[in-house]
Design a protein around this ligand. Structure first.
Ligand code: SAH
Length: 230
């Protein structure tokens, strides 16, 4: 089976259908990450098969939660997950990949250019320090970045009122820890999408809505956020 057919079969299993051009772009992106991985550590996953399931299919589980035409920021994007698969699958969405590691963002920018993905840009920096981006986004995504409580403080300031934070998790267990964070930051949990990856792993995409402005004392500096999560 060629790579495109294999990726397509995994995506069909999670209910996502992409045209040949987009599949081809994602296959090329995976090849670029796996190649770059030999030089610097971007991911622990080193074969295409596992990569398609754990990075590409996983990243696309959340796309049903992204409204048409959304302006989206992916916090802690790393090697481009879920931001790059989302941008490739949804030409209507304008994506900003944000990560504190400049080297990773340089890799993502260069690789997206080489596969012709023009609806994604990168920003190197810490989410809590991006004042010029506060209240600019309809959707914030994040996968494998921090605890949910920390993530809510990092993500809510970036959203417009009415915008959504889409958190990629394995289950809903952290929900019980974020009641205070939600109340303090003016946010509510509106949905959880449960899904199974083609390898049987369970995933939960938790969706939160920003119901009012983020109080001006948030986000705090990262040290304070980590030391005393809301
Ligand atoms: N989302 C990617 C990478 C996860 S690793 C994936 O699922 O594969 C976590 C990433 O978050 C790292 O690249 C780290 O540099 C970044 N990160 C952690 N805290 C951050 C912050 N406050 N602002 C921006 N990036 C952050």
């Amino acid at each position: 089976m060629n790579k495109q057919t294999l990726l397509n079969s995994y995506l069909e299993q999670i209910g996502v259908s992409l045209d040949g051009g987009r599949l081809c772009a994602l296959v090329a992106y995976c090849d670029a990450v796996l190649e770059a991985n030999k030089k610097f550590n971007l991911t622990a996953i080193t074969d295409s098969d596992a990569f398609y399931i754990k990075h590409i299919a996983d990243s696309l589980i959340g796309i049903s939660e992204i409204p048409e035409g959304a302006v989206l920021c992916d916090i802690g994007s790393g090697a481009g997950f879920p931001s790059v698969p989302i941008a490739a699958a949804r030409a209507d969405v304008s994506v900003t990949a944000l990560d504190s590691t400049a080297k990773k963002m340089a890799f993502v920018a260069e690789s997206c250019k080489s596969i012709g993905l023009d609806n994604l840009k990168t920003v190197a920096g810490r989410a809590e320090e991006q004042r010029s981006l506060f209240e600019k986004f309809d959707v914030v995504t994040a996968r494998a970045v921090s605890s949910l409580s920390v993530l809510l403080e990092l993500g809510m300031p970036l959203l417009k009122v009415g915008g959504r934070l889409v958190a990629y998790k394995t289950d809903e267990s952290e929900l019980q820890d974020v009641r205070n964070a939600l109340k303090t930051l003016n946010a509510v949990h509106i949905n959880t999408k449960f899904a199974k990856l083609p390898n049987g792993d369970g995933r939960a995409v938790l969706v939160f809505e920003k119901t009012g402005k983020t109080p001006s004392q948030y986000p705090r500096q990262y040290g304070a956020i980590k030391k005393k999560p809301l």
